[in-house]
Ligand binder design. Structure first.
Ligand SMILES: Cc1cc2nc3c(=O)[nH]c(=O)nc-3n(C[C@H](O)[C@H](O)[C@H](O)COP(=O)(O)OP(=O)(O)OC[C@H]3O[C@@H](n4cnc5c(N)ncnc54)[C@H](O)[C@@H]3O)c2cc1C
Ligand code: SF4
Ligand code: SF4
Length: 439
């Protein structure tokens, strides 16, 4: 397997003798745990497990046939990552090498003060989800929310009303298998919207090439700009800090209820614990971001109708900021939705923004967009499989770096890949620790 350079829209090409097995995808650090392969393989063929590392990963119960594997390889966000259609980029009001096609770029938030407060940043995604339901554009919203029985875990949620959309507000930084039963969702034959990570939307757009029902029923895809999903182990470290066990929890909120709001934990017996967002993320060595995120070619939601980011105008989340989002409207469909939401007061605009401002507010995303081509090239030189990436201008982004920087990125990735540091162990379920074993 290797990587070749080709025409302008094709950023990488993974040359494989045949489809990668699930084990190959996982062990080469390409899986993000979206769950779509479970839905594709059908009942009982694959199960999602939480691994000892705290990642949600697929495990095949028996060897998958070649046709199923080929389909998984065609849709998995670890093997195929396509950007927006070239026509969208050409016809967009603004098009930027790093930021992709943009119809409108503003700073804004939810109009409703409760949504604005409860939402992760300014509640924009929640407000849009509610508006899609209330205006009859969709029958339900597919997103995620804290598990009701194990609130540190995240589950996919179907919301049929505004209250349920609000329950899912906030960022869930740990594993989240949004697409685990996506085929059943299409089987409902009802219009819906997806609110999810950029890679979830990549996955569903991949599926749309094979399954016409995706474009028929999924009317809107909304994403947040994403710095990476952490392992559940990251959340468990917070519990350790307070000497808590997961089975004691009644609430685990990463943020929201302010911008960014506190990481708040409540227990069934009425105790409450809080740390700030800054404390949660203060030590970069302990971010525990999943391997796939480090080579993410589109963490900025280029294939969404609208992508929503944080906007900390004070330079970072050092203190509580005003509730606010960057709102990147990417498609004409997204623009119609955005305009209608503003007109009805569902969203409020603070002011217009632009590429220079968003690049400053999201400088880590700019750095990553510029680094990914060299990282993937380094992995390929090390003989590791890399995703097939197209229409994401990765090489054009890399050209914005100096040759020396690209060389350093590429060599670093090559060496880490050779040492196995970009991969992960085979997926096995975690051993359940019973209370007696802890003592
Ligand atoms: C893992 C992660 C990394 C992030 N990194 C960045 C970043 O680098 N830069 C940045 O600007 N913003 C980042 N954010 C996004 C930011 O925290 C806000 O979610 C975003 O600005 C939208 O704010 P909001 O107020 O509109 O969201 P809300 O109104 O609170 O709505 C958030 C929506 O996202 C859904 N959601 C939350 N977590 C997940 C998940 N893990 N998988 C799928 N769907 C989910 C919820 O179900 C909800 O519908 C990240 C979020 C997450 C979860
Ligand atoms: S990224 Fe999704 S589709 Fe690909 S292997 Fe992982 S869970 Fe399956
Ligand atoms: S950084 Fe990319 S791969 Fe990781 S969770 Fe975000 S969108 Fe998915």
């Amino acid at each position: 397997m290797g990587l070749i350079e080709t025409g302008s829209s094709q950023d990488t090409a993974a040359l494989a003798a045949g489809p990668l097995s699930l084990g190959d995808i996982v062990e080469n650090g390409l899986c993000i745990g979206c769950g779509l392969c479970v839905s594709i393989a059908g009942a009982g063929e694959i199960e999602m497990v939480i691994t000892p590392e705290g990642r949600e990963r697929p495990v095949a119960r028996q060897a998958l046939d070649k046709a199923t594997l080929a389909k998984i390889n065609a849709v998995c966000p670890g093997t195929r990552i396509a950007g927006p259609p070239p026509a969208q980029r050409r016809e967009a009001r603004l098009a930027d090498t790093v930021w992709g096609p943009v119809e409108r770029l503003v700073l804004g938030s939810a109009g409703n003060p409760t949504v604005r407060f409860i939402g992760s940043g300014g509640g924009t995604l929640t407000a849009l989800g509610q508006f899609l339901l209330d205006s009859g554009r969709v029958k339900f919203v597919l997103h995620v929310a804290a598990s009701r029985s194990m609130p540190m875990r995240t589950e996919r949620r179907l919301s049929f009303d505004s209250a349920s959309v609000l329950e899912g507000a906030g960022s869930r930084y740990g594993p989240a298998a949004t697409l685990v039963d996506f085929n059943d969702i299409l089987d409902r034959g009802e219009p819906f919207a997806l609110i999810a990570k950029p890679c979830d939307i990549t996955t569903v757009r991949n599926l749309a090439r094979l399954d016409l029902r995706v474009d028929e029923y999924m009317r809107y895809a909304l994403a947040f700009v994403c710095g990476g999903a952490s392992d559940l182990t990251k959340s468990e470290q917070v519990l350790e800090r307070f000497g808590l066990r997961e089975d004691e929890l009644s609430l685990f909120r990463y943020r929201g209820h302010g911008n960014p709001g506190l990481n708040r934990i409540e227990t069934k017996d009425g105790r409450a614990f809080e740390i700030s967002y800054r404390q949660l993320w203060e030590d970069e060595d302990k971010w525990m971001i999943q391997p796939r995120c480090k080579i993410c070619p589109d963490a900025i939601g280029q294939v969404a109708d609208i992508a929503v980011s944080d906007s900390w105008l004070n330079g970072g989340p050092a203190v509580e900021d005003e509730p606010l989002n960057g709102i990147i409207v990417r498609t004409k469909r997204g623009l119609e939705l955005f305009d209608a939401a503003v007109e009805t007061g569902v969203l409020q605009i603070k002011r217009e923004s632009g590429m220079a401002e968003i690049s400053e507010l999201q400088s880590h995303q700019v750095r990553k967009r510029r680094a990914v081509w060299a990282r993937l090239t380094g992995m390929a030189i090390a003989g590791k499989p890399v995703p097939f990436v197209s229409d994401l201008a990765l090489r054009d982004c890399a050209v914005q770096n100096s040759p020396a920087d690209n060389l350093a990125e590429g060599r670093g990735a090559r060496d880490r890949a050779r040492r196995g540091r970009l991969g992960e162990p085979p997926a096995v379920p975690r051993k359940i620790v019973v209370e007696d074993e802890r003592r």
